[in-house]
Design a protein around this ligand. Structure first.
Ligand code: 6PG
Length: 477
């Protein structure tokens, strides 16, 4: 018997994907650079399904049904190219190579174009949900050709998470679309995490709550509109006591957030596309600031306001106010992320169904949340929606939240608690709804120093004013 699919790269993500496939009744060929991992998988989990261990690239390829489907799960970058180079000579027209790692979508586009010339389908696929997701059902975001999805789709839909009976997997779009969407997923993940972290900081610093009390607050939120995986794990992290010190776990962890790079890519591409994804950008910058030890060390003595926590009625409503601020800021972050996907789709010619993206993020992935149902509904109602903020439900919820949102941010400013995520989200909201922006003045400045010209509100055409030339400003077409 031959295998319907093979996995090469059997570190934890690859191993768990292979096990997930086998547990669903698919025969899986296994391959790893060092034999040890392959042997271990078969020894430990061989009874979970049908595995065909292969100890050379050739044996691996020979074990596969045609068209062959090879899933690569190795480190992004050079290691991925090395594995592709190793397998391509052994494959034939019509075969499919899947890169299920966190590749940069530009690399995926390059690889897809190169392999298309050889008649091989290259499918860059986003996979979210960490180790547990890979084993029990991730959210899967495949790009590549429609043709490749005919054979691959049923397998991936089978092993993906399910919500309301629907698989959290869809063909996202051509070439790099899957990895692009996974990248934005991670950017939104960064923003969501930062907003939750700011909520914690405020509840503690302004509200005087202990980590255990904040865990309780998050538990309550998790049964409402913020119901999500990230809120759920936040509650667990905050409730955890460090065994060695007896202190709240959150107090013994070094406060320097690391990053592997997908959030940074999201921001870089956001800049290239000219999409204001300020919530994601602030989240990346907040991690960078936290990790800037020298800067922080040098700045420790800088003056700030005295930090008397809230009392009385302000304290009574504070947790609810923070919930509203978190919700509204989260809507902004998602609205920005979806706009980036829309812009990426337009730039690279992908036909991405935004509502469908929201629906495959409802389960399996790190940002899975009840909230995503509302995003799917918003796009179903109005497919050309310019921003989630103007869709019926979100518009009302954010308008209703804004008094609390503004009050939480002013409390933060007054007490000197940094809330870059909340603040930038509100600034974006106010920027969008503004009747007139001071950008008009910026245009005037540009025209003054560089004759960069400006457009007028009352006439067509582009204009330049002879500013300093004769001391008397005058307009000319
Ligand atoms: C997922 C996660 C996953 C990984 C991130 C973490 O969707 O399953 O996003 O891809 O946990 O790469 O990223 P950082 O190390 O950059 O925080």
């Amino acid at each position: 018997k031959k295998a319907s699919i093979g996995v090469t790269g059997l570190a934890v993500m690859g191993r768990n994907l292979a096990r997930n496939l086998a547990r669903h009744g698919h025969t899986v060929a296994l391959h790893n650079r060092s034999e040890q991992r392959t042997k271990e998988l078969v020894e430990q989990f061989g009874d979970e399904g049908d595995f065909i261990p292969a100890y050379s690239a050739q044996a691996f390829v020979d074990a596969l049904e045609r068209p062959r489907q090879v899933v690569i799960m190795v480190k992004a970058g050079a290691p991925t190219d090395a594995v592709i180079d190793e397998f391509v000579p052994l494959l034939e027209k019509g075969d499919v190579i899947v890169d299920a790692g966190n590749a940069h979508f530009a690399d995926t586009r390059r690889r897809e174009a190169a392999l298309r010339e050889k008649g091989i389908h290259f499918v860059g696929t986003g996979v979210s949900g960490g180790e547990e997701g890979a084993l029990h059902g991730p959210s899967i975001m495949p790009g590549g050709s429609k043709e490749s999805y005919q054979s691959l789709g049923p397998l991936f839909e089978d092993i993906s998470a399910k919500v309301d009976g629907e698989p959290c997997c869809t063909h996202v779009g051509a070439d790099g679309a899957g990895h692009f969407v996974k990248m934005v997923h991670n950017g939104i993940e960064y923003a969501d995490m930062q907003l939750i972290a700011e909520s914690f900081d405020l509840l503690r610093g302004a509200g005087g709550y202990s980590p255990a009390e904040i865990a309780q607050v998050f538990q309550t939120w998790n049964s409402g509109r913020l119901d999500s995986y990230l809120i759920e794990i936040t509650q667990q992290v905050l409730a955890h006591t460090d065994a060695a010190s007896g202190k709240p776990f959150v107090d013994i962890v070094a406060d320097q957030a690391e990053q592997k790079g997908t959030g940074r890519w999201t921001v870089q591409i956001g800049l290239d596309l000219g999409v204001p994804i300020s919530g994601i950008a602030e989240a990346v910058f907040a991690r960078s600031l936290s990790g800037s030890s020298n800067l922080r060390e040098a700045s420790r003595g800088l003056g700030g306001p005295s930090r008397a926590p809230l009392t009385g009625s302000a304290l009574d409503t504070f947790a609810d106010d923070v919930e509203q601020a978190l919700y509204a800021s989260k809507v902004v972050a998602y609205a920005q992320g979806f706009n980036q996907i829309q812009a990426g789709g337009a730039e690279y010619g992908w036909d991405i169904d935004l509502g469908k993206v929201a629906s495959i993020w409802r389960g399996g992935c790190i940002i899975r949340a009840k909230f995503l149902n509302d995003i799917t509904a918003a796009y179903a109602e109005e497919p050309g929606l310019p921003t989630l903020l103007t869709s019926g439900g979100f518009r009302k919820a954010v308008e209703d939240a804004q008094d609390s949102w503004r009050s939480v941010i002013s409390t933060a400013v007054r007490l000197g608690i940094p809330t870059p995520g909340f603040s930038t989200a509100l600034a974006y909201y106010d920027g969008l709804r503004a009747e007139r922006l001071p950008a008009a003045l910026v245009q005037g400045q540009r025209d003054y120093f560089g004759a960069h010209t400006y457009r007028r509100v009352d006439r067509e055409g582009s204009f330049h004013t002879a500013w300093a030339a004769d001391g008397r400003p005058e307009s000319s077409a």
